[in-house]
Every structure is written in C-alpha cells, then in structure tokens.
Design a protein. Sequence first.
Lengths: 197, 179
Amino acid sequence: MTALAISNAVLWLLVLVLSAVVLALVRQVGVLHERIAPAGALMLNRGPTVGEPAPVLEVADLDGHPLRLGSARADGRSTLLLFVSPGCPVCKSLLPAVKSSRKDERAWMDVVLASDGDTREQREFVRTQGLDGIPYVVSAALGLAYQVGRLPFAALLDEQGILRARGLVNSREHLESLFEAKRLGVASLQQYFSGAV
Amino acid sequence: MIDPVIGALLAGSFALLFAGAALHKLLDPARFHAAFTAYGVLPPALARLSAVVPLLELTVAAGLLVHGSRVGATAAGAALLVSYAAAIAVNLGRGRRDLACGCGGPNDRRPIAAWMVWRNLCLVPLLGVSVLPHSARGLQPADALTIGAGTAVVALLYMSLDHLLGRIQPRAVLLRRAP
C-alpha cells in the first residue's frame, strides 16, 4: 500500500511537470510561428491586379467634397485607400496606427478611408474615433471595384494611379508592409520572399 | 454512480475554467463589451448584458465548488457553454470569420472558429458527468493529491490544447499555403 501510494504521488508529480513542459513547448512553437510567418498584408487573389492601373471612380466624402480615386495625380502624391466599418473591432484597433502612419508618411501619401452602409452610423464612427480631417468616403461601388471581402482592407495607389499594393491589414506591420512593397517595387511580401521579383 | 474523486476533479476543473473566463472579461470590460455587441445575436437594447456575463461565470464557478448548489451551477454552466457555441455558430453561418471571439486574455484577438463550437459541445456532457450521484466512499489524504494535481494537469493540458488549436493551427495553415 505504501509503495503504491508513493508511486502514485511520484507519478502525479511527473505528470504535472510533463504537462508544464508541454505547455511551455506549445507556447514556444507559437512564438516560432509568429517569427517565421510572413508579416506582410495578406493578399487575396481577387480584385484589381497589383502593378496595373486601379479602377477610376468619382466619389464624394462625408462632407460632400468630390474625390477622384484611381486617376493619375498632378501633385505627385500617392493615396492609401483603407476600407473600414463601424462594426469591425479590428478596424478600431488599427485606426491609431493609421493616424500615426498618415503623419509619418505625409510627405508622399494621403489617406482616404472608405466604408459602406448607413451614413448616420458612419458620422458617429468618425466622431467617436476622432477621424476628422481624413477624407471618409461612403460608397458601395468602391468596395465592389476593389473586391473587398474582409476588413480592414488597404490598397496603395501611386501618383500614376497604379495599384502598388493591397491586402488585408490587421496591424501596423501589415500597413507598413504596403509602403515597403511600394518602396521595393514588389507586389507582396510573399512575392519578395519567393524571389519572383 | 461516479467516484467522489472524479466528481470533485470535474467540478474543480470547470470552476477553474469559468473563473478564468470571467477574470479575462473583468480585466478589460470595454473590450469584452465591444466583442459582445459585435456578435450581433442580441438586440442592441440588451447590450448591457455584457456586464452580467462575467458575474454569471463567477457565480457558476463558485456554485460548482459548493455541494448544495452544484446541480444548479452545472445547469447554468451548460447553458452558458451552449449559448456561446450557438453565438459562434450563428456568426460562422453568417460568414463572419474575422469576428473577435472575446475569449482569452487582453491581447488575444483571435477570430471565432468552428473548433470552438465543437469544444463547447464536448465540454457540456463532461460537465453533466459531474452531477451524477457520488458513491459513498470516504475521502482519504491520497485523494487530495489526485484532486489537486489532477485539476492542475487538466488546466495545463487545456491551455496547451487551446494554444495549439487557437494560435498555432491557423498559422500553420497559412504557412502551408505560402509559396
């Protein structure tokens, strides 16, 4: 009986240690996955092709100012189109990064936010998230033209109106990968890593 | 008829699960409120219920540990698990695969997935087992070891599985698809 009790106690101790080791290993595997996964914005294989002219659309922002998206710009500036929605929690957490990127990259790039749906709700979203000063377009046609399926989605147009990068952006790293893609002249980080430049 | 040690082990493990879930929600109520309303299964007028959910979970956790309230707490806990599964299933059915699940710690923004529905549905019968009548065996000091260490091992393995299915599996899928 004593032998059994001691063996049982020792076994429990070993199982406990083993479970702790398994948890530690699993977390370590998670860290490794985070390191090796491409940090670029996920490219979805539909919608306008990177490297080709973006669809040209005449839209108006919430204040009624007309905007012409996708055409060549005389002032030589690029445009970052970011598709968001008031009902998307990831969009809200991404907005601070968008605002600071807008400030950091203001030398060469303008940010245009795009959404779809109830205008009153959009105004409320702009007010609560402090997006005044950033053009905010509500247009279903725009989302359709870029085949936006998941949010937050970004598309980077250069001064010629050529689509330079696009993809799902969940974090600041993803957002910056779009700028990096334009700088390096590659369509996506996947393409960059595979050497098919 | 189950051995009291099995019953205590199950009750302890589920109490830990519910208390942990409540703690995550109480640490960041604003974030949970956003996730709760984003599910869109309740009318907006009931959005304030998000504050009640963690309290309900805490009550279930405490109720599972007290002999007299075990049956009621088990029923409430099973109802919670099934309603979470239903809310996730409804949103997966709507195609909202990027909806934040509202589970996990403050920095965990993992989206909802089908495995979460199956997990909850598997947990319900296990929770049900804990209210089966206990055999009249007197507990000995060695049983304390089984219950204590057993609960700790269950918790560690649950966290490992959760991490594997929630964090690593989706990334592994992405990696496999990458060129």
